[in-house]
Design a binder for this molecule. Structure first.
Ligand SMILES: Cc1cc2nc3c(=O)[nH]c(=O)nc-3n(C[C@H](O)[C@H](O)[C@H](O)COP(=O)(O)OP(=O)(O)OC[C@H]3O[C@@H](n4cnc5c(N)ncnc54)[C@H](O)[C@@H]3O)c2cc1C
Length: 306
């Protein structure tokens, strides 16, 4: 394969992209596009033969999509790897459209194939893997931390600075921090997670009492946070929420849809309580109680308080 590209605005993710890129290139040059001088010299030191250093007038990497597409088109490309960062996803899709290229997002593996590349990505919340074959130019985003960065190269690549004008169509009106409770659910050793089996917001007090007795953080399914707003968004678990790794995870009235279970798969022991014996949560659980959470929660709290 020839003319393998990596594009990423973050140096650490760009460095990770170099590993599959260098493998695909098999000794041929790898070209890189990144933002700023510091990132450019890091990427050049790790094996990219030539690095286009974008100097953004408005600080928005999105303003560089046309420059990125034009640079790649001018030099020629067979595959472009983008970091699947929040910004990288949007940039990749726009550049793929400008280049009229095939596109896949959040791939976890990529290899050379007869006519182009073959990429794999997880689907259905991580329970299946889809393999995609590309012919011609392809743009793929790679999930951060899929690959380790390579060792420093024997010699650093060339750096070319490119000034990118502001996109006059977009103005950043305000940037404000998200108000957060500061809870780190992903690091909590014990988690009690509530779902729509809880009937009223007031009933969360009963669950909070169990959490206090058990030394656990309260968490929830998406609907409890997003639709009902009974708990903050940072407390919902799942494919689009937090992924927990608790030693003990207690699930109360959560049916266990695949998008939710994707967030509890790394918990060591899962205990599920649900009135429906056929609820999918029981397939993910180590221990299950088919029962009413309004009976089980007070009984558990009482037992824990001794
Ligand atoms: C693209 C996409 C992404 C999504 N991402 C997420 C995500 O990240 N996280 C997430 O959670 N969801 C996510 N969802 C939503 C997901 O598909 C489910 O709809 C959601 O997880 C269901 O929430 P639940 O289990 O609380 O509610 P329900 O599915 O309504 O389940 C409630 C459960 O409570 C039980 N129950 C009722 N009363 C009691 C009682 N008294 N005692 C005990 N049990 C009782 C019922 O038997 C049932 O099993 C996503 C959906 C989509 C389409």
């Amino acid at each position: 394969m020839s003319n393998i590209w990596i594009v990423c605005e973050q140096a650490d993710v760009a460095a990770q992209l170099l590993t599959p890129a260098l493998e695909l290139a098999a000794g041929k040059p790898v070209y890189a596009i990144t933002v700023g001088a510091e990132n450019a010299s890091k990427v050049a030191a790790l094996g990219a033969s030539k690095v286009w250093q974008l100097n953004l007038q408005d600080g928005r990497p999105e303003s560089a999509v046309k420059v990125i597409a034009d640079t790649i088109k001018e030099q020629g490309a067979s595959v472009v790897l983008f970091g699947a960062t929040p910004r990288g996803r949007g940039i990749a899709a726009t550049v793929a459209a400008l280049l009229d290229a095939g596109m896949a997002s959040e791939v976890s593996a990529i290899k050379a194939a007869a006519d182009g590349v073959e990429a794999q990505r997880y689907i259905i919340g991580g329970v299946a893997v889809s393999t995609l074959a590309f012919s011609g130019l392809s743009c793929v985003t790679v999930t951060p931390n899929t690959f380790a960065a390579p060792e420093a190269a024997a010699s650093a690549g060339e750096i070319v600075a490119v000034d990118v004008p502001a996109d006059s169509r977009v103005t950043v009106v305000e940037t404000a921090p998200v108000v957060s409770e500061g809870v780190d659910l992903a690091a909590a050793p014990r988690v009690v997670c509530v779902g729509r089996g809880v009937e009223k917001q007031e009933d969360l007090a009963m669950v909070q009492e169990l959490c206090a007795a058990f030394g656990a953080e309260i968490a929830c399914s998406r609907g409890i946070a997003e639709d009902l707003k009974w708990l903050p968004l940072e407390r919902y678990i799942g494919i689009s929420g937090v992924k927990v790794k608790a030693d003990v995870h207690i699930s109360l009235g959560v049916s266990g849809q695949v998008q939710h279970v994707a967030g509890i798969r790394d918990a060591k022991t899962i205990i599920a309580v649900d009135t429906n014996e056929n609820a999918p949560i029981f397939a993910a659980a180590d221990y299950g109680i088919v029962g009413n959470l309004y009976d089980v929660v007070p009984a558990l709290t009482k037992a824990l308080k001794g």
